[in-house]
Design a protein around this ligand. Structure first.
Ligand SMILES: Cc1ncc(C[n+]2csc(CCOP(=O)(O)OP(=O)(O)O)c2C)c(N)n1
Ligand SMILES: [Mg+2]
Length: 606
């Protein structure tokens, strides 16, 4: 066998870090690495997932880690356009604190600096997204330390790192043994120990504060995932209610009466009330950005748990910050908790939940033309098995997911949580399947996002599904022919009439498109069809796309509708929003319409 190349060395060294699944797209700029991945695939040491667009490679590498597949995500893309395309997916990783190494092709060293074709200054371009570590590799003896540094920094700082690889360097002979000489460095591919437990004094201080609370609220985020049992025990010991940030939704069962579900603009009213009424706040693995959904400043005494001390005290003024792993920290905190919770606190929380669920039923059953999206999403809750994986795109789908989909421990669910990028849903679902081919996946995606990249990644699904031991891959397209989320933002936040040419999405028969690809597909146009179609899709022996024709005029009502937002809606109605006549109808939809009309009357002085 010919001697290993720089590309082979790179792939093998990444393998030592557990990074063996490469999401990517070839091009001559990354040719030597792609060939090396190919040789590793042949040897059974690696896997290559070709996506339809490099952005999806970035999203999928991120999601693979989020769904518990690889410890370290990796994507490989070519120079120039490939590198530019992957950026958005990498920003998703950076903002959600997911370790990903990007392998970027580059023009040959002999051409660099000559404005060569596809030559971009990638070290500079990636200086932000991979600001913690971006290195152009020009000598084979760098490979060992370049990979070790890129992997270690990505893992330790939970961020993105990048290696820029000139094409000629990728094919040079590898230097597997770094010389024992001046100017060389010998690095290790052994990962660091995981984050540990805070100091005992800090734990005691936190316990004293929490023990003195009478109405304790817990806010759990992505950092709490994997700590379900410990979180439950701590919440019980404190008699606390728990609200969940979007990325932490899978940590606790949505149906528990002391769990108030999602929080924030897309969250529930009980989560808002929990925060506004508590006297003590325990934040675990979250920096949920919507500060108006925290307790009022000064209202609650607060403790925060986070693996990264720099994120403590970021959204709410804390008294004690516990820097450590969430599960270990909660476990260590538990024996110190001797609270005397007021039982009426959890009883109140349960009453809030009962009222919220009743209103949810009402919203779900409200008539809509032709389908109410909340009816579709609630139907999904009942059909998900305990091992289901869920991926959601950005749009009204995020809102219905946050409020209407009941998750249970054991399920895996994620989305582009901080970047909130459209186009994450399908690559996330694909990566979930690559990570766990034996589990079913559900993707909920808007029609805008589907047309942005979803229909393309459906081709990847068609290409790969026969390699999955469980072929179930259910895509629910919320086809409202509208960029509904932003249309509602325009109405509620700016008081603007949405601008049709900007908001309209062309209708497309997503189910028929799926059939063209050899997948299952069906269009849903009436409430009577929903249950049967969902049952069929979850029982199918191949991926299925359900094209749910839903009403764009079902409003996303914030959990507490502020006067300002209502005024915004009222103003847009006054200015003749063509949707206004449809918005103001029966059931739940009347809530915002009626409030808006009340303000309109007030403004007009009736
Ligand atoms: C890449 C990207 N572009 C634009 C936005 C702004 N944005 C947020 S939601 C949304 C509308 C999504 O439309 P669709 O996928 O049809 O879902 P809907 O809200 O209609 O259910 C837009 C344009 C974004 N978040 N990401
Ligand atoms: Mg839409």
């Amino acid at each position: 066998m010919s001697s290993p190349t720089v590309g082979d060395h790179l792939v093998a060294r990444l393998g030592l870090w557990g990074a063996r699944r490469f999401y990517g797209y070839p091009g001559d700029g990354i040719g030597g690495v792609i060939s090396a991945v190919g040789r590793a695939v042949q040897a059974g040491d690696a896997e290559f997932v070709q996506v339809r667009h490099e952005e999806a490679a970035g999203f999928a590498a991120t999601a693979d880690v989020k769904y518990g597949g690889s410890p370290l995500g990796v994507c490989a893309v070519t120079s120039g356009p490939g590198a530019v395309h992957v950026l958005n997916g990498l920003y998703d990783a950076k903002l959600d604190h997911i370790p990903v190494v990007a392998l970027l092709g580059q023009s040959a060293t002999s051409a660099l600096g000559t404005s060569y074709y596809q030559e971009l200054d990638l070290v500079r371009l990636f200086g932000d997204v991979a600001g913690e570590y971006v290195l152009q590799v020009t000598d084979p003896s760098q490979v060992q330390h370049a990979v070790d540094r890129a992997a270690r920094i990505a893992l330790e700082r939970r961020t993105v790192t990048a290696l820029v690889l000139p094409s000629d360097v990728q094919d040079l002979d590898a230097v597997l043994e770094v010389p024992d000489a001046h100017g060389y460095t010998h690095t290790s591919a052994v990962p660091g120990s995981l984050p540990g437990i805070p100091r005992p004094e800090a734990l005691q201080q936190a316990a004293d504060l929490l023990n003195s609370g009478r109405k304790v609220a817990i806010l759990a985020g992505a950092g709490a995932l994997g700590a379900t049992a410990e979180l439950t025990a701590v919440a019980d010991a404190l008699g606390a209610g728990v609200a969940k940030a979007l990325l932490g939704k899978a940590v606790l069962d949505d149906r528990l009466d002391w769990v108030t579900g999602s929080i924030g603009l897309l969250g529930t009213r009980p989560s808002y009330d929990l925060m506004r009424e508590c006297d003590t706040l325990l934040m675990i693995g979250t920096t949920m950005p919507y500060t108006e959904y925290y307790p009022a400043p000064g209202q609650a005494r607060a403790v925060q748990v986070d693996v990264d001390g720099t994120r403590c005290g970021l959204r709410y003024a804390t008294e004690v910050n516990l820097v450590g792993d969430a599960r270990l920290t909660l476990e260590a905190l538990l024996p110190l908790l001797h609270a005397d919770p007021d039982p009426s606190w959890r009883e109140r929380i349960a009453r809030w939940n009962t009222a919220w669920r009743a209103w949810g039923e009402e919203r779900t059953n409200a008539a809509a033309m032709p389908l109410n999206p909340e009816l579709v999403v609630r139907g999904l809750s009942e059909r998900l098995t305990d091992d289901a994986m869920i991926a959601v795109d950005c749009g009204t789908a995020t809102s219905w997911y946050a409020r209407d989909l009941d998750l249970r421990p054991g399920m895996l669910a994620s989305l582009s949580g901080t970047l909130l990028s459209m186009g994450g849903g399908m690559p996330y679902a694909l990566a979930a399947k690559q990570a766990h081919p034996d589990r079913p996946v559900l993707a909920i995606v808007g029609d805008g996002a589907m047309q942005m990249n979803g229909i393309n990644e459906l081709i990847t699904v068609a290409q790969r599904w026969r390699t999955w031991s469980d072929p179930r891959f259910v895509v629910v397209v919320l086809n409202n022919r509208d960029l509904s989320f932003v249309a509602w933002e325009a109405r509620a936040m700016q008081g603007e009439v949405p601008f049709d040419a900007a908001m309209d999405v062309p209708d497309l028969p997503y189910g028929s498109y799926a059939q063209l690809l050899g997948l299952g597909g069906r269009r849903l146009e009436g409430p009577g069809e929903v249950a049967e179609a969902l049952d069929e899709a979850f029982a199918a022996r191949r991926p299925t796309v359900l094209d749910a024709v839903v009403d764009p005029n079902v409003p996303m009502i914030p959990p507490h509708v502020s006067l300002q937002q209502v005024l915004g809606t009222a103003k847009s109605q006054l200015r003749g929003d063509p949707a206004a006549k449809d918005i103001v109808v029966e059931g739940a939809r009347e809530t915002i319409g009626a409030a808006a009309r009340a303000v309109v009357r007030h403004v007009k002085g009736d």
